[in-house]
Design a protein around this ligand. Structure first.
Ligand code: ZN
Ligand code: ZN
Length: 339
């Protein structure tokens, strides 16, 4: 089968690889769509040491079940079911898994599942979830980023009536915008240098969309919040300047969420006196423990199709990665099956 293989640092190639074997608890899925995550080019460029080449890239996926192992019978799956999945497999046994923190499972590396930028993928039944009939494959492909955004919302302290700023309008920023509104935020300001991304965010109901390269973010923050600052600021651009200035936009007893992959050696000038006098909370978001069922449940409440900017066939996956790096698109999808 065809697959997008990360060969070595900075090298991604379309290759013919053997199909994976289906173990007794496994599900084989014909991949319909897989989407490029903001983290994928970082992985290929060797800036994110979470896995190592050679391996098939991709972790956001929708597809159709084509084969079931004889013991993959817990969730009632049938061949032909439309599904999505959690790219991470957990042991379910270690202390982290038993304490609601499966994303820190001690066996993550041992269970590292194959990637989804391929014509098919074999995952453990634990990782696979049925898609609602009303959700298209294009939308269902975005379940994984939705799950991580739900984790971000859980950690962001947004309450009914909260004021929120979201910096960066890639897939994560756009999904966070919609989830913040569903969580009761009364005012959501967003920022991104790309005009088309701001336009979509305004169509999704953002109250104000700024170009951070043109506008003074702090002055605008003070103006629109009556000099109080935002209750929650979520930095989802990964831009180092934005990471430095975002915390000044947070109001007293507010929450600052860093929700991107930053350079590993980046240091931020945080003043402990500021944390003390403003009672700030500063958080990061890593992955999404136990959130796939809720992500699937919330899919029909989200507008995901407008977030798909471009679709490439699997044959053009290398070009799709180049396009992703140009930063003009919200989500780029790869169509992995014919027809
Ligand atoms: Zn992702
Ligand atoms: Zn575990």
């Amino acid at each position: 089968m065809k697959a997008a293989v990360w060969k070595k640092k900075k090298v991604l190639e379309l290759e013919d690889v053997p199909e994976q074997e289906v173990g007794p608890e496994d599900v084989k899925i014909k991949v319909e769509y897989t989407s490029i995550c903001g983290s994928d080019p970082h992985i290929v460029d060797g800036k994110l040491p979470v896995s190592y080449p050679p391996r098939i890239m991709g972790h956001e996926m929708s597809g159709t079940i084509v084969e079931l192992g004889e013991r993959a019978n817990t969730k009632g799956f049938k061949v032909g079911d439309r599904v999505t999945g959690n790219p991470v497999r957990y042991c379910g046994v270690c202390d982290y898994c038993r304490n609601g923190l499966e994303h820190y499972c001690l066996k993550l590396a041992e269970y590292f599942p194959p990637g989804t930028m391929a014509e098919s993928v074999v995952w453990h039944e634990q990782q696979v979830f049925k898609l609602p009939d009303s959700i298209s494959f294009e939308e269902g492909c975005l379940t994984e980023p939705v799950s991580v955004c739900l984790r971000g919302i859980e950690l962001s302290d947004i309450k009914e009536g909260s004021s929120v700023a979201i910096l960066g309008l890639g897939g994560i920023g756009q999904i966070l915008l919609q989830l913040a509104q569903l969580s009761g935020a009364s005012q959501v300001m967003v920022a991104d240098p790309v005009e088309s991304k701001r336009k979509i965010a305004l169509e999704m109901g953002a109250d104000l969309a700024l170009d951070p390269l043109v506008e003074d973010m702090w002055a605008t923050t003070m103006k629109v919040t009556g000099n109080r600052g935002f209750d929650t600021v979520i930095e989802a651009s990964g831009n180092t300047d934005s990471a430095k200035t975002a915390i000044d936009m947070v109001g007293k007893v507010g929450t600052m969420v860093y929700f991107a992959v930053y350079p590993m050696n980046l240091e931020l000038p945080i003043k402990p006196f500021d944390l003390y006098s403003r009672e700030l909370t500063v958080r990061g978001v890593f992955m999404s423990p136990y959130l796939f069922p809720r992500s699937i449940a919330i899919l029909p409440k989200l507008k995901l199709r407008p977030l798909v900017s471009k679709i490439y066939p699997l044959d053009e996956v290398v070009e799709a990665f180049e396009e992703q790096k140009r930063g003009q698109n919200i989500k780029i999808l790869i169509k992995c099956s014919e027809g």
